[in-house]
Design a protein around this ligand. Structure first.
Ligand SMILES: Nc1ncnc2c1ncn2[C@@H]1O[C@H](COP(=O)(O)OP(=O)(O)OP(=O)(O)O)[C@@H](O)[C@H]1O
Length: 614
């Protein structure tokens, strides 16, 4: 085993156990205490066995019945008591084990999700952070129960082995030392081959993912349609077959290696066992050892041999998962970067709770704002100076990559400017109470979320306290142009998506209208719609535009759209190009200026007039 991996395993396991302890101290104490007791009961158990055998070997025929009984009953009582205790502790441990595993897995998963939600969005753009989060989520998901189970199994087996070693050493110190040496050598041999096999399995997850991907892809109607047309299906099946052949050959090699190592480990154990037996037999003859001690050492060695084979399994699994385990425990140790509800206030001097609420007007100003994504060579926005006046509706337009969505994220305080500041009624967003800032804002994003639950939930996730108010939910649905969804069987509680039974899949446009309804539910001073019509047909687009005008009344509103038909009715149009404001004004003034906007507008208008560019 490499040293760094061993250290990672030890550190990861220790941190996990500390976390378990903190999560459920009483349960975790019982969980760790019981294997200790189980191991400890082996000492009186074997001592009693030794005494019983010695009494029997002493020749009962030469003793009186009463004398024999007096010699037999104390070790017999200890043996029975120890066996009973072992049965009770064993059963208790199984029960505690299952309970602790479920409680701990739930708690740790909740911690990971909570930590992930409280991290600034900007951190998500860092590949290293994102990878770490993904690995922690993976480890907290499917792997965690397995890791916990292996840790528990290992702890229990370790105490069991310590009990056996102590019992053998008590019977004969030399035999105890041989038992320990044989155990360590055979465990190391088995562990090595177990790790090689597991590492191979892990390395094969790449090709495995590829074949899973192929299998999933082939099941999709859209893929079948295209592959049939292009005749590519046999090529894909050929790739899959090559992958499978290669991984089968690697698995066969690992199996052969495992068999060879198994034989070597067994040879060490047999040599150790029979060498000790021969040595003990000689001492038995000379009277230096009793028959009872002989039997105890023989049994303890056989049991320890069995344990070494079984312990390689949990240890190998822990070793292979140690990197993930360490990722998980270290991810959970990261200090929460945002103290309140997802706001990035890492550098703010005043605690969030004592910062003021945003002002009532909703005048939002970008004061010389520059923003560069982590790792990007160029800023996505440069020297932006822009004010959204209270009650004003502003359209933000510009080509792909101009910086529109980035500006929206800064406006909503999801990202912090690299230079300059975004101010709400004259106060920087960083200086305001983040929870209250969030409450004053509402948005429907370009990459809107499809919550595969009910119609009601999809809207109410915008403002959970309104979930029970049907009239409010229906009003929001109408504002989002999604009122048709009220009439689904099940009404507001109709299930959406294909996740649950009886769920109904929606079209992209219907999901988008739900996202707008969600934004409409919030009674916020600032309303932002980022490409709200990308998935809508012209009829619904017109309907949404009407309700947007309703919604925007009395608020500060900003919408991003590539459809300049929408922009023409905004109070002001801001045109972004290459991360800077190229021009701004009303539709008429920008047409008259004959600049970027006028060119974009003419191009779109030509399409609709039937004069597509040639
Ligand atoms: N997470 C990110 N990390 C690094 N660069 C990014 C990230 N998101 C966007 N960018 C870059 O920032 C620039 C502005 O992107 P943005 O998404 O703001 O453009 P946009 O105007 O909204 O474009 P579109 O009309 O295509 O949605 C682009 O060059 C883009 O590649």
């Amino acid at each position: 085993m490499r040293n760094n991996s061993r250290a990672a395993m030890a550190r990861g396991s220790a941190l996990l156990i500390v976390r378990l302890w903190r999560a459920t101290p009483a349960l975790a104490s019982v969980w760790l205490g019981l294997p200790l007791l189980l191991g400890a009961t082996l000492l009186p158990y074997y001592a009693a066995q030794r005494d019983l055998v010695d009494v029997a070997a002493g020749g009962p025929a030469e003793r009186a019945w009463a004398e024999t009984l007096a010699a037999v009953w104390p070790p017999l009582a200890v043996l029975t008591g120890a066996a009973l205790l072992r049965a009770v502790f064993g059963a208790l441990h199984e029960a505690v084990d299952a309970k602790l595993r479920d409680a701990a897995a739930m708690r740790i998963q909740a911690d990971v999700h909570e930590r992930a939600l409280r991290v600034p969005l900007a951190a998500m753009d860092r590949a290293d952070y994102y990878d770490r989060l993904q690995r922690a989520k993976e480890a907290a998901g499917g792997d965690l129960l397995g890791v916990l189970q292996q840790t528990i199994l290992f702890v229990r087996q370790l105490f069991e082995w310590l009990g056996l070693a102590a019992a053998a050493a008590a019977a004969d110190p030399v035999a105890g030392a041989v038992l320990a040496a044989v155990f360590l050598v055979s465990l190391a041999i088995r562990l090595e081959s177990d790790i090689v096999k597991r590492r191979l399995n892990r390395d094969l997850t790449g090709p495995g993912r590829r074949s899973d991907y192929l299998r999933d892809e082939i099941a999709k109607p859209a893929t079948v349609k295209e592959m049939r047309l292009y005749g590519t299906i046999y090529r894909l099946i050929g790739t899959w077959r090559d992958d499978m052949r290669q991984s089968l050959a690697m698995r066969m090699n690992a199996n052969r290696r495992e068999i060879r190592h198994g034989i070597a480990a067994s040879a060490v154990q047999i040599a150790g066992l029979f060498g000790t037996v021969a040595w003990m037999a000689a001492h038995l003859k000379s009277g230096a050892m009793t028959a009872g001690a002989f039997v105890v050492v023989f049994q303890a060695m056989r049991q320890a041999n069995g344990l070494s084979a079984r312990m390689a399994f949990p240890l190998g699994k822990l070793y292979i998962q140690s990197a993930k385990l360490l990722d998980l425990t270290e991810f959970l140790r990261l200090p929460p970067e945002s103290p309140a509800d997802g706001a990035d206030a890492a550098s703010a001097a005043t605690p969030a709770a004592r910062r003021p609420a945003p002002g009532p007007l909703g005048r939002i100003a970008f004061e010389d704002v520059t923003f560069r994504y982590a790792g990007a060579a160029e800023p996505a926005l440069r020297d932006i100076r822009l004010t959204l006046e209270p009650g004003e509706t502003v359209a933000l337009v510009g080509g792909n990559g101009a910086g529109k969505s980035t500006l929206v994220k800064l406006l909503l305080g999801l990202y912090r400017p690299t230079a300059g500041r975004v101010a709400w009624d004259g106060v920087g967003l960083d200086e305001l109470d983040p929870a209250l800032v969030r409450r004053a804002m509402s948005a429907a994003f370009q990459d809107f979320v499809r919550y595969e639950t009910t119609v009601r939930d999809n809207v109410a996730f915008g403002r959970p306290d309104a979930a029970g108010d049907d009239a409010v939910i229906r009003r929001a649905l109408r504002a989002g142009g999604a009122d048709a969804l009220e009439r689904l069987p099940g009404g507001l509680d109709a299930r959406l998506g294909l996740l649950g039974e009886g769920g109904r899949e929606l079209s992209g446009g219907e999901w988008q209208r739900l996202a707008v309804a969600r934004a409409a539910l919030r009674d916020a001073r600032l309303l932002v719609l980022d490409e709200p019509t990308a998935a809508l047909d012209p009829q619904h687009e017109t309907a949404l535009y009407r309700s947007f005008r309703e919604l925007a009344r009395g608020r500060t509103a900003l919408f991003v759209s590539h459809r300049l038909g929408w922009a023409r009715y905004a109070d002001r149009i801001v045109v972004l190009r290459d991360g800077t404001i190229a021009e701004e004004g009303t539709h008429e003034s920008l047409l008259a200026a004959n600049g970027v906007y006028a060119a974009m507008f003419r191009e779109q208008a030509d399409w609709y007039r039937g004069g597509a560019p040639v």
